[in-house]
Structures are given as structure tokens and as C-alpha cells.
Design a protein around this ligand. Structure first.
Ligand SMILES: [Zn+2]
Length: 436
């Protein structure tokens, strides 16, 4: 298979940009990336995708979401985080969560993400088997977290049950081509230091990533200081949890000392700007983190707090907000934003050797978008165009692990209309009596 495009963004260390480029895909891997004329000399191919007026880049990486929460999209908006979570989301989850609900919801989430150019996401939720199976069905790649809490939930009543479920899930999926299992203790305010240490042990034992929420709200900081006499990052550092296998979502309320710890320990940070804005959690010190060498990536968080799973829009929002907040219009430029959304995302999830850039030997996780659109012309800088002007509807082809999963904007791996109909049917059941 040969993919051709006016612009090919490799997103490698040199930010290589190829005009009139081609990508040769053999089996599930990238065999060649370079000028089209060179590709034509070397390769004989049976399928050509793309051509004039197209741009090819690595699939986006969503480093923090709760995919199944797409079924709670718009259920409870315009509320403070604690009220939103405790009075609306947790009761809805208690009532509705099941493997069927999660499996169906994840298909909708994957459809939404693929249509917006995302090829890899990091999930934190429950019923991991259902999450992984539905993701695999759509052909998408994911790091699927087994959620851990210190209080009883739908999937477990005790700590031991959470951990035995998680271990069974990890054993079941380890070595899969598209799914990487991971351990996901929810947050320092819902998981004790003992629980965090236990999660860490599992992460080390199976060499799988660990993902958690960290320093999301001001309330969390004072609560953790009250309980343990330390700020959340310092607390996790003191119990030996932090290292490069950890992906920490949010990190809004981190001070200079904590930023230095995150950088030193090579913790990947998932910046969820739109969720932070919507829940008024605050502005993460992204510029400081970047300057200190922290690998900051993008997460959408769940659709109940965003309310979509669109990395294009996270990039654009983050690039603009941090300029305004810092008073520096050069901060988080378009190339930086693209890097955070692609290669850095894959690296933060421990998959930098497999995906995140268009380089020979890596898996063919490729997005092809149409540039012949009124909002994309004229074109002077391809990075700016993608970050500030591109819309999900410009995404035409998505290839994951060498398989075309989105063709001419349509899912090839499952019936889109069925996924939408199932979503409508669940919506009818979940719908509160007083909703409009
Ligand atoms: Zn979250």
C-alpha cells in the first residue's frame, strides 16, 4: 500500500516535512517515508491512497480519557467538579454500568476518535475486557486501564477484588497487538498511599503503564495536605510511585518543586485543557512544565466533562489559552502542539518505539486529511493549518497498524449506523425524567 500526499509530516526529532511525499506500508509497518518519485522507483504497490491536496501525519494520541462516558455526554453540565461527580456522574454510573453498556459506549467513542484522526488512546474506566474488545473491533489502538478505587463500586466491593480483577485483566491482554493493559488507580484522594503502592507493584510486575488523576483541583491539594501533610506530587514521590511508566492526568495545581519532580522522574503529563476549562479547575502551568522538560501531552478526559473526544480542538485550545495566560504569543507554537499530540503522546504511554511518528519500522498508524477546504486555504504553514484551522470533518483516511479503518471518512470495521442507533437507544434509557 502506498500513501501519497502533498505534505508528509514525519514528526520525527528533526520535524522532517516532505513535499510530494509517499509512505510505503508493508504488512502492518511503515517500510518507507520520503519523496514520491523515490518511492515510485523502489516499490511496486497494489493500492494507492491519497494524492494531491492531502496531508499525511501520524495519528493523534489521546493520553487520558474515559471512553465509555460518551454515553453521559451532556447529562450534567455547568456544575462544580465535586457536585458533578458525586451528585450526577457516580450515581449514573452506579445505575447503568455493565459490560454491555461500556462495550457499546466504547464503540461510539472509538468511532468519534477515529473520525477526528486519533489512532491511540489511554482509557481509565471499568470493565476493561469490554473496553478492549470494542476498541479492537473498531481497529483502534489503546492503553486500557483497570480502574482502582478505595471504595466499593460496580465492579468490585473490596480492594482485593479491584486488584484481582486488574491482575486478571492485565494477564488476559498482555502481548496483544493493539491493546496494552494498564493499572489505573483513580487519584490520590480516592486511593490511599497503600493502594497506590500496590498499583505500582502490579505495574512493575507486568511492566505495564500506570495512569492516574493528579492535582486536578485546588480542593485536592488542601485535602491531601490535610490527610498526609504533603502535596499530591510530593506524596507520590515519597512512596516511590513516580517514574516514566506513569501518565498523570491534569497536573493543574503543581508548584515549581513538584514540576521539578515530574521532570526528574520523567512522568508523562496528560494536559486536559478543555475539561479543566469546563470544570473551572484552573490553568495547568504548561509553559513551566515544558521549560522544565516535562513531557506534556493531550487528553480529552471523558466526554461528560469536555464534551467531545477531539484532539484537534485540544491542540488549538491549549495553544491559544497558554498564550493568553502567559501573555506570550510565542508560547506552545503549532509545531510544539503537534509534537505533544503525536510522538510525545505515544512516548508518554510507553509506545514511542511502536507509534507516534511516521518512521521506517514503526507501525503504520497514519492519518490522511483533505486540504481542499475553504477554511484551509491558502496554505503557508502546514503545522499552523492543522493546529488552528483543521476540523475532524477534514480527516478522510485513518490507518491503524496497517489496516484502513476509516475510508473516505467512513468506518470500515463496523457499521456506523448501528453504532449510532445503539447510542440513541441507550440514551433513551439513561435520559433523566426532567431532561429536555
Ligand atoms: Zn479523567
Amino acid at each position: 500500500m502506498m500513501i501519497k500526499a502533498d505534505y508528509v509530516l514525519k514528526m520525527d526529532r528533526d520535524f522532517t516535512l516532505i513535499r510530494n511525499g509517499a509512505i510505503a506500508v508493508k504488512d502492518n509497518k511503515i517500510a518507507f517515508v520520503g519523496p514520491e518519485e523515490e518511492a515510485a522507483r523502489i516499490y511496486i504497490y497494489d493500492t494507492v491512497i491519497g494524492g494531491q491536496g492531502k496531508v499525511a501525519f501520524p495519528g493523534f494520541v489521546n493520553t487520558h480519557t474515559h471512553a465509555a462516558m460518551v454515553y453521559f455526554r451532556g447529562l450534567a453540565d455547568d456544575l462544580p467538579l465535586k457536585v458533578w461527580l458525586e451528585d450526577y456522574i457516580w450515581p449514573a454510573e452506579e445505575k447503568w454500568l455493565s459490560p454491555e453498556f461500556v462495550g457499546d459506549a466504547v464503540e461510539l467513542a472509538c468511532l468519534e476518535m477515529l473520525k477526528a484522526g486519533t489512532t491511540l488512546y489511554n482509557d481509565m474506566y471499568f470493565y476493561g475486557d469490554a473496553v478492549a474488545a470494542s476498541t479492537k473491533k473498531t481497529g483502534m489502538r489503546a492503553v486500557v486501564g483497570a480502574g482502582i478505587l478505595d471504595f466499593p463500586g460496580k465492579t468490585a466491593k473490596t480492594g482485593d477484588e479491584y486488584f484481582s480483577n486488574a491482575e486478571e485483566f492485565i494477564r488476559g491482554w498482555i502481548g496483544d497487538e493493539l491493546i496494552v493493559p494498564c493499572i489505573a488507580p483513580h487519584a490520590p484522594y480516592t486511593c490511599s498511599p497503600e493502594t497506590m503502592k500496590r498499583a505500582k507493584e502490579l505495574s512493575v510486575k507486568y511492566r505495564v503503564p500506570m495512569s492516574l488523576h493528579l492535582s486536578e483541583t485546588e480542593w485536592e491539594i488542601s485535602e491531601i495536605i490535610k490527610r498526609y501533610g504533603k502535596k499530591p506530587v510530593a506524596l507520590l514521590e515519597s512512596i516511590g510511585v513516580l517514574d516514566e511508566s506513569v501518565v498523570a492526568a491534569h497536573c493543574v495545581w503543581v508548584d515549581d518543586e513538584e514540576i521539578a519532580i515530574l521532570a526528574d522522574r520523567k512522568v508523562g503529563v496528560s494536559h486536559c485543557i478543555e475539561s479543566n476549562l469546563k470544570l473551572a479547575s484552573g490553568f495547568a502551568p504548561v509553559i513551566k512544565m515544558l521549560k522544565s522538560g516535562v513531557k506534556v501531552t493531550f487528553g480529552t478526559d471523558g466526554a461528560a466533562s469536555n464534551n467531545d473526544l477531539n484532539i484537534l480542538s485540544e491542540m488549538s485550545t491549549a495553544a491559544k489559552i497558554h498564550k493568553a495566560v502567559s501573555g506570550d504569543p510565542t508560547a506552545v507554537n503549532a509545531r510544539q502542539a503537534m509534537l505533544m499530540a503525536t510522538r510525545w503522546g505515544a512516548e508518554a504511554l510507553g509506545l514511542g518505539g511502536i507509534t507516534g511518528s511516521l518512521e521506517e519500522g514503526k507501525a503504520a498508524d497514519i492519518v490522511l486529511a483533505d486540504l481542499e477546504k475553504p477554511h484551509l486555504l491558502p496554505l503557508y504553514d502546514i503545522y499552523s493549518q492543522i493546529v488552528y484551522s483543521m476540523l475532524p470533518s477534514d480527516i478522510e483516511t485513518v490507518i491503524v497498524n496497517g489496516r484502513v479503518v476509516l475510508k473516505e471518512g467512513k468506518l470500515t470495521t463496523a457499521e456506523e449506523s448501528e453504532i449510532l442507533q445503539t447510542a440513541r437507544e441507550w440514551g433513551q434509557k439513561v435520559r433523566p425524567a426532567d431532561s429536555q
